[in-house]
Design a protein around this ligand. Structure first.
Ligand code: CA
Length: 243
């Protein structure tokens, strides 16, 4: 199988700086998106530190025989510890944190791991599937039946995450193993996309991809989120799997 990946991050229309970061390694076998938070511009620092720490940890050959899920979980925990160390050494940084969503592909096997409300989706045979479960207050309300998905998207507390790197001293990483098939299209994104566009709208834009280059599809998703108001930073990575 061949893969192609493309990413785009945009400040949006409302914020004056971008606190999201993303990285794509190689042809896309490792993709990371992080959405930083914290006052005084430190969200930007938090998401950058987390992305770098995750890549560094996954790039190390530590000689152990951990499988991909364990390696990913370890890498995200490393990013969390790195952030806690930074905060412990500088009171100005208190309150900084970040989400992270990571996709690691190894042949036909892949692992998705995340903390927070950045998401991974898969389009397969025209159907869009959400591969992650937001760690957010509004999602808890949706699950409990108190809010609809649409109410959650526009709720004043939609930005409140219940898990974040750099936050509480212990974190719990959600790790999911998936099988990759040719023609799959994966999307990793921050909530700046998913609070502006409904899942059905994202699905339509991915379905309409046709032969368009991935960067055009990324631009269109970001452009549409901006057209809706662009109330937050918007980051997307698309990974297309080919035969
Ligand atoms: Ca955000």
């Amino acid at each position: 199988m061949r893969m192609r990946a493309c990413g785009l991050s945009d400040v949006g229309r409302s914020r004056n700086h971008n606190e999201d970061h993303f990285q794509i390694v190689g042809d896309g076998r490792l993709c990371v998106v992080a959405d930083g938070m914290g006052g005084h511009g430190h969200g930007d620092l938090a998401s950058r530190i987390a992305v770098d720490a995750i890549l560094d940890c996954l790039g190390e050959d530590n000689g152990d025989s951990d499988g991909a899920p364990e390696r990913l979980e370890k890498a995200i925990n490393r990013a969390h510890d790195t952030l806690l160390e930074k905060v412990a050494g500088n009171d100005d940084l208190i309150g900084m944190g970040t989400t992270a969503v990571v996709l690691l592909v190894d042949g036909r096997d892949a692992v998705v791991a995340h903390v927070g409300d950045s998401r991974a989706y898969r389009l397969r045979q025209g159907e869009l599937e959400l591969l992650t479960e937001d760690h957010s207050w509004v999602n808890e309300q949706v699950r409990a039946g108190f809010l609809s998905v649409d109410q959650a998207r526009s709720h004043p507390l939609k930005n409140v995450v219940t898990r974040a790197l750099g936050g509480d001293s212990e974190i719990q990483v959600d790790v999911t193993e998936i099988e990759v098939q040719p023609e799959d299209l994966y999307l990793l994104c921050t909530d700046g996309l998913t609070t502006m566009l409904r899942d059905e709208e994202i699905r339509e834009r991915l379905r309409e991809r046709g032969d368009r280059p991935l960067d055009e599809v990324c631009s269109r998703l970001v452009g549409d989120a901006n057209q809706r108001g662009g109330l937050d930073n918007i980051t997307v990575i698309l990974l297309a799997v080919e035969e």
